[in-house]
Design a binder for this molecule. Sequence first.
Ligand code: TZP
Ligand code: MG
Length: 213
Amino acid sequence: MRCFDLSLYLVLDPGLCAGIGMVETARAAVVGGVTMVQLRDKEADTKRLIETGRALKEALAGTNAKLIVNDDVTAAVAIGADGLHIGQDDMTVAEARARIGADAILGLSVETPELAAAVDPALVDYIGAGPVFATPTKPNHKQPVGFDGLARQIAASPVPAVAIGGLKVIHVAQAMAAGARGVAVVSAICGQPDPETAARALAAEIRIFRSRR
Ligand code: TZP
Ligand code: MG
């Protein structure tokens, strides 16, 4: 059963989490209200991803937060993660779905409305839509699309979307108003002096937005 809550999606970055590390950052962030945690470590090989992923899985056990692995399907399966997130230049969604199985969550990054419209809802569970703003966290990111571009991507998508790219507390309401089911952040939580408090502030904005609808 692919059941998940995209509200507050933390993408981990080993560099930005260097202080207390990815596992402790995730643990604190989930206490603060993070609902999904993505292990994204572009430098790590599969073995190291599996080690970190297993530690994350243990840290998140007993919470409702889902653990998603970026790019590496072998690691995702070995960890027993809840899902996998891939980009347009990674494996095909058909291959990803075949390898992770029917019960795992599959996410796909899209950067244009055309890519969003091409998403197969039989294979893909959610999209990461954006980037909303330019961000130093991902130096090679695609052209920022702003909230209007975000809304166009989301309107074209057959599956729910989480918005990503330079998002901070002050942007939550606009991202949600553009149709996002939730917000995905790296630096708004990773490397913040207190990741739990940072997550709590983002989660509160999401709740406030929903209560006003
Ligand atoms: N994909 C598109 S932008 C981005 C990723 C992984 C990085 C977002 O990082 P931040 O720090 O939330 O701007
Ligand atoms: Mg990728």
